[in-house]
Ligand binder design. Structure first.
Ligand SMILES: C[S@@+](CC[C@H](N)C(=O)[O-])C[C@H]1O[C@@H](n2cnc3c(N)ncnc32)[C@H](O)[C@@H]1O
Length: 308
């Protein structure tokens, strides 16, 4: 589509920066309801160059919540691009400004696979470039859709509120599917924004690396334990994980199968997954006596580590 809004010689994102577009299109209420806060064009270009310099003409980039098309406008012409936007007037403006296909719909339910088949000129969506509304539910839904859409090695890169990563178990759960790397962004990218924001790159790979996150696995594992064992982790200074598993064996009569140890140490309320299992297994292998397949008993001197 021809971009009639773009003055000759100017790039799409610069044209879109003109403030009257924001004012014409959106009232404050609508902005809040849909989380319509647009990425400044120069930031969109810098983020694209930082993250996707390797993309070429066989690739296609999806912006799942395209707004006025500022992110799409940063995708070089030779790379395919497609957007989804829930507000029809914005989708129309994004199409007009960038010349890219921008479909109107809700990314949580839209048949995006079909739209990509029809509109991406035979290219596969290998990257998502996003700045979604800052709602955990929508971000989770978009990540889930992206996971199914992207091939191995595909990336979902997004401006996100830092609070998306506040809970260890959520991050570790996503890390079961993605490698995740995160860097802080200054929040004054957006005028009057009260939340901290970051640039997060999720890569669909088998390495499952966490970059820029400290102790998330450990804290998710500890949070999944029953209160009594969690208190042990908190209050014991010397080798607390060793004390937890030996206490559990003691609670089970001095010997037990791995599955019983898991059962007693896990919180009934926990839906944090099985983060602690690896830790428990490792400690049993190290400090208990193996007496059969998955079967362990207390060592003869279970407190030896204290005495040493
Ligand atoms: C934070 S703005 C970002 C727009 C653009 N990606 C950018 O960076 O400038 C988020 C956009 O998502 C749209 N949106 C909100 N919920 C959506 C949904 N469920 N599906 C598709 N778009 C949605 C809003 O209308 C808004 O334009």
């Amino acid at each position: 589509m021809k971009n009639t809004m773009r003055p000759k010689g100017q790039s799409a994102q610069l044209t879109l920066l003109t403030p009257q577009y924001d004012e014409i299109v959106l009232t404050d209420d609508v902005r809040k309801a849909y989380g319509s806060y647009f990425t400044p064009g120069y930031v969109a270009s810098a983020l694209y160059e930082r993250t996707f310099p390797d993309l070429g003409e066989r690739d296609c980039v999806l912006d799942p919540t395209a707004g006025l098309g500022h992110l799409l406008g940063a995708v070089p012409k030779q790379v395919g691009a497609i957007g989804v936007e829930i507000q029809p007037e914005l989708a129309a403006r994004a199409r007009q400004a960038t010349g890219r296909p921008v479909v109107t719909g809700d990314i949580r339910t839209y048949d995006i696979e079909r739209a990509c088949d029809e509109l991406c000129d035979g290219r596969r969506v290998t990257a998502c470039f996003a700045n979604p509304p800052f709602s955990i539910g929508i971000i989770e839904a978009i990540l889930e859709r992206a996971y199914h859409l992207l091939p191995q090695g595909g990336r979902f890169a997004s401006i996100l509120p830092v609070h998306f990563f506040h809970i260890a178990s959520r991050t570790v759960r996503h890390n079961r599917q993605w490698s995740i790397a995160c860097e802080l962004l200054p929040r004054d990218v957006f005028p009057r924004l009260a939340q901290s924001i970051c640039w997060a790159v999720f890569e669909r790979d088998t390495k499952r690396v966490l970059g820029g996150f400290a102790l998330y696995e450990d804290i998710a594992a500890a949070r999944a334990l029953a209160d009594r064992y969690r208190r042990t982790l908190r209050d014991v200074a010397v080798e607390p994980w060793r004390v937890v598993v030996l206490d559990a064996l003691r609670d089970l009569g001095g010997q037990a199968h791995l599955s019983d140890v898991y059962r007693v140490v896990e919180s009934k309320r926990s839906n944090a997954g099985r983060f602690y299992r690896e830790k428990v297994r490792q400690q049993l292998q190290r400090y208990a006596v193996r007496i059969g397949k998955g079967e362990y008993r207390l060592p003869d001197q279970p407190n030896a580590a204290y005495a040493a």
